[in-house]
Ligand binder design. Sequence first.
Ligand SMILES: [Zn+2]
Length: 178
Amino acid sequence: MAAVILALFSATASAQNTSGSFAVGTAKAARGQKAYGAIEVPAGVDAALSIPVVVVNGAKPGPVLAIVSGAHGTEYASIIAVERLISALDPATVSGTVILVPLVNVPSFEQKIAHVNPVDNKSMNRYYPGKMDGTQTERASFLITKQVVEPADHLIDLHGGDLDESLRPYAYWCWLSR
Ligand SMILES: [Zn+2]
């Protein structure tokens, strides 16, 4: 399995409301629940996009961790890892909230196109914070910024060796603060 590259960010806001429920896109989880949904990117200068998202809202309050993978939709190792984590996480045993986005770049995955979103030919980890009047990658980046990055206390963006890359010999991670 290819090495996994992590980029860790630190943020401060919270999307938790006073009732303890937590929503990202259409995934709204009461405290102690796991919810499945999507971040719906509306059509603009190009097509709409639906990005799957899962919220694991722990039984006890705590910080918010966001885990994102598949900005490059053919870096399969990290996508599979997040899918497994979604199944493994039991909200009854979690303190805090975990936002999981296993596949940002759905068109890349579906069309088996490395490095870019084939809809607009842009890398989906190069356009943050994004903008709503841009192309699909930019609109998706804007909504992920608002709905995933900003509510998170910590964020892990998972990558891995792409179809034409061999990252077996090394792994690295970096800490970014803002
Ligand atoms: Zn990548």
